[in-house]
Design a protein around this ligand. Structure first.
Ligand SMILES: [Zn+2]
Ligand SMILES: [Zn+2]
Length: 162
């Protein structure tokens, strides 16, 4: 039996997966959604896991699918019970099977300005994936990054952070 200890098909340097072409929920590319590509936050996640996983709770359950026969890789979807519809689950599964890292946009995750809907500059506490497939956790800081839209009442430029 073949062993794939760290990755399934990893198509980027270092075995990282490149991000899929579209958001698993709205099926739009990043150019259309703006913001960052997110793979996890407290109540929503689409991650590739290895080995047995347990977790989630009744309010935010986690569903796990094996990705292929005989391999230990799994697709883990976290979300409130009515969050993952059939087409979103299917997009996540297909993208993962094709070797991509599925992701969701900030609009679908609710990480947008409450006034104008512009994606937040810094979705704190989220895991985001960049163009090269690197996943970074955005630490939580006690500041309000404001809104990136200069026409919005909550607009703040970088120098105004307290
Ligand atoms: Zn979306
Ligand atoms: Zn705004």
């Amino acid at each position: 039996m073949k062993q794939h200890p760290r990755q399934i098909t990893g198509n980027a340097p270092g075995g990282q997966r490149l991000p899929a072409t579209r958001c698993v929920f709205c099926a739009q590319p990043l150019q259309a959604t703006g913001g960052r590509r997110m793979v996890a936050q407290h109540n929503l996640a689409v991650v590739l896991a290895e080995g047995p996983r347990g977790g989630g709770n009744l309010k935010v359950p986690e569903r796990v699918w094996p990705l292929a026969e005989g391999r230990d890789a799994k697709l883990l979807l976290r979300g409130e019970p009515n969050r993952w519809n059939k087409s979103a689950m299917e997009r996540a599964r297909q993208d993962a099977l094709a070797g991509w890292q599925p992701w969701f946009c900030q609009s679908c995750a609710g990480r947008v300005c409450s006034i104008c809907g512009t994606p937040s500059v810094y979705p704190m506490g989220a895991d985001v994936i960049d163009e090269q497939g690197r996943i970074t956790h955005l630490a939580i800081f006690p500041f309000n990054p404001g809104c990136a839209n200069p026409h919005c009442a909550r607009y703040k430029n970088k120098d105004q952070n307290l």
